[in-house]
Write a new protein. Structure first.
Length: 320
């Protein structure tokens, strides 16, 4: 996949210049010459006035077909435009396929309602700022985009692990979004933007590794808690027999499987089925010689003669 966020010629920075058909054709020739794959999905972000230019170059000079425009809508977008001017809360892009859509094998949903050419994704609320150099304190890129935009587009048109080439990665939003799904090769001509994004990626990678470790610890903690709950105090597995050697039978109180680690003597003194009970689903006599299920513990002659056995304790319990 090729992603190209074209210059807009809207600001006074040196990299923001108007692109021409000749430059687009030359750029495509260089990309094609270095691309070992015979297929390629191309994505261009551009001004609305350049829509026809982009389409003509792709179809006539680049052997790209099935070209379609898409719209990025930015809900609740705020602009510094005069009150007499409508806020520009949308941007235009173009997607095409080399040599065609069938060859690129785009994995899109079959239902048309699930594949509109409109992406409703909030715009960034805080721009990346240069922290050093001659542009310290200035925006890294006036046209910075949120990672969610390219994350969504790449997930639709590229397979996991494929290579994405990004030409002009600016403040790094497109790069981060694409990297969550694919391998990325990114190019940026402007040196100060390049330096800033290197630092941003190092921080992003550190945050990613930290969150990954945190998620693994939480998963292990949840798994441990679930196992302890099933073994000692009941669980949530009301499915069929989970397999031999792990559980003995279903607890009559909670209908969850009881681990074989629970002593076989923990059965209700009154019930006729003699099924082993969870700790939290049973009570024990004061001399710890008899067990009752919670239902039978309320019967006359039993109530008041038992203690809690939760966590191995012997705390006296009020049967009422």
């Amino acid at each position: 996949m090729l992603i190209n966020d074209l210059p807009y010629n809207m600001t006074d920075v040196i990299w923001d210049t108007q692109i021409t058909a000749k430059e687009l054709t030359k750029m495509w020739s260089q990309v094609k010459g270095s691309n070992e794959s015979e297929t390629c999905v191309v994505v261009y972000m551009h001004k609305i006035n350049d829509s026809l230019l982009i389409q003509n170059v792709l179809e006539e000079k680049c052997q790209v077909s099935d070209v379609i425009k898409f719209v990025w809508v930015k809900p609740k977008h705020q602009s510094s435009a005069p009150v007499t001017t409508l806020c520009n809360a949308m941007e235009i892009g173009t997607i095409g396929f080399h040599p065609n859509k069938e060859a690129c094998n785009a994995d899109l949903p079959k239902d048309p309602k699930d594949r509109p050419n409109v992406y409703i994704i909030p715009h960034i609320t805080k721009f990346q700022i240069h922290e050093s150099g001659s542009r310290k304190g200035m925006k890294v890129n006036h046209s910075e985009k949120p990672p969610a935009l390219m994350r969504t587009i790449v997930s639709q048109f590229a397979k996991i692990g494929e290579t994405v080439l990004i030409i002009g990665f600016g403040a790094g939003g497109d790069l981060i979004g694409a990297a969550e799904h694919c391998n990325v090769v990114a190019v940026e001509k402007d040196y100060e933007q390049f330096v800033h994004v290197v630092g941003r990626l190092m921080k992003y990678n550190a945050d990613f590794e930290r969150d990954k470790k945190k998620s693994l610890l939480e998963a292990k903690k949840n798994e441990s808690s679930a196992n302890e709950l099933k073994n000692l105090g009941g669980g949530d597995d009301k499915s069929e027999d989970p397999g031999p050697g792990m559980y003995s039978a279903k607890c009559t109180e909670c209908e969850c499987w009881v681990s074989k680690e629970v002593p076989s003597t923990r059965v209700c003194e009154i019930c006729e089925n003699n099924v082993v009970l969870h700790v939290n689903c049973s009570v024990v006599s004061s001399d710890r010689g008899k067990y009752w299920c919670l239902q039978c513990s309320k019967l006359d002659g039993v109530a008041g003669s038992w203690t809690s056995d939760n966590n191995g304790g012997t705390e006296e319990m009020d049967s009422t």
